[in-house]
Design a protein around this ligand. Structure first.
Ligand SMILES: [Zn+2]
Length: 369
């Protein structure tokens, strides 16, 4: 059961008592350790990742990335924007034809032509996106809050009639008026949507505010709630973890954090953070992640920063991450430490790192144990 929190003024009311945000999160962590929770990763490398300026995957690259994401156990993949044209739709159909275990979504504006482009693609769900902040309603839609709600009422049943499950994507939801946001969510549910995506489109949020917002949404709807974070302030992963703690059922990620501007929440950081920091149980096997990370880095033309968390060459996540230069440098350091009889300390230290088993495997491969 998601944790239910009511906001009273600037305090949270939780299980009959009030608490500050930090106190509450400590309590949530304790709850999590008592009973393991799960959350569904909806990876959008093939949609929002590809929306990065200058990034365009070939169909072969899309198929390769989709196969690898599914192989490591990512349950949902957002695979494109049908309205972009025939080539995009062909690539979406090709991914669907792989018949992967992962469920597939496409992204769509609430426009008649865009929705018609979502027919016969072989995907299960459509994210029907609509701006919800006053600024974007005015500038992107040239309309009003009332018209935005009318769009939700009109397009959600239409998509359902096409045989698609519907996620209503609340674009720029993080800057929307909270009462209006609540009305939009209620309208989406009444119209037949299964999910609401809370998009921090401009990456303006911080984890405590995310926790507050997602808790509020969970308290007003039975729909699935999905977090979509951007990393403009370097907080996409933290915000995504906060959303999971607040009860979000789905989380958007991208491989290597690829995405518009500063990118999205990085898949590897979110998965490791959920599992190791908060005890979530996810069906994701990160042993194949390094190959996936390199595939996306190569296909996107965005090489990984050497110090990138978890998958950069500076990190000991798995052997394939290392270039021969980095590998030999680390081997040399380890050999020197071992000569100083510090092996036990090294292993002990690594046992406290996130992927100690893999680190030990590296030691074995290098002939150091
Ligand atoms: Zn986005």
């Amino acid at each position: 059961m998601p944790t239910r929190v009511v906001i009273v003024g600037n305090r949270f009311q939780h299980e009959g008592s009030t608490a500050s945000a930090s106190e509450l999160i400590v309590r949530v962590e304790m709850n999590l350790s008592a009973s393991k929770r799960s959350v569904i990763i909806d990876d959008t490398t093939l949609r929002d990742g590809e929306q990065s300026a200058g990034v365009a995957f070939t169909i072969e690259e899309k198929l390769d990335i989709a196969r690898q994401l599914s192989a490591i156990g990512i349950p949902e993949l957002e695979v494109g924007i049908p309205a972009m044209g025939d080539a995009e739709r062909a690539s979406i159909r090709a991914v669907a034809a792989l018949r992967l275990a992962s469920r597939l979504l496409v992204w769509c504006r609430m426009h008649e032509d865009d929705l018609q482009a979502c027919r016969n693609l072989g995907v299960q769900m459509v994210d029907l996106s609509i701006p919800l902040s006053d600024e974007q309603i005015r500038h992107k839609l040239g309309s009003s809050r009332k018209q935005a709600l009318q769009c939700i009422r009109y397009y959600v049943p239409k998509a359902r009639d096409m045989g698609l499950e519907v996620c209503v994507g609340g674009e720029d939801a993080s800057r929307a008026d909270v009462d209006f946001l609540r009305r939009a969510v209620e309208t989406a549910q009444d119209a037949g949507a299964q999910r609401f995506r809370f998009a921090d489109t401009v990456g303006a949020m911080e984890p405590f505010a995310v926790y507050e917002c997602i808790s509020l949404l969970c308290s007003v709807t039975d729909m699935q709630i999905e977090m979509h974070a951007h990393d403009d302030l370097g907080l996409a992963t933290a915000n995504t973890l906060a959303a999971a703690l607040a009860g979000a059922s789905h989380l958007n990620t991208t491989v290597n954090g690829l995405g518009e501007r500063a990118g999205n929440a990085a898949l590897e950081e979110v998965v490791i953070g959920l599992e190791k920091l908060y005890g979530f149980e996810l069906p994701v096997d990160l042993s194949g992640f390094c190959e996936l990370s390199r595939t996306v880095a190569h296909a996107s033309g965005r090489p990984l920063f050497w110090q990138k968390s978890l998958v950069g060459e500076a990190h000991l996540l798995t052997k394939p991450v290392f270039t021969s230069t980095a590998c030999s440098r680390i081997q040399k350091t380890i050999r020197e430490l071992i000569q100083q009889n510090l092996e036990e300390r090294i292993v002990l230290c690594w046992e406290n790192t996130l992927e100690s088993m893999l680190c030990k495997k590296c030691l074995r491969i290098w002939g150091l144990t």
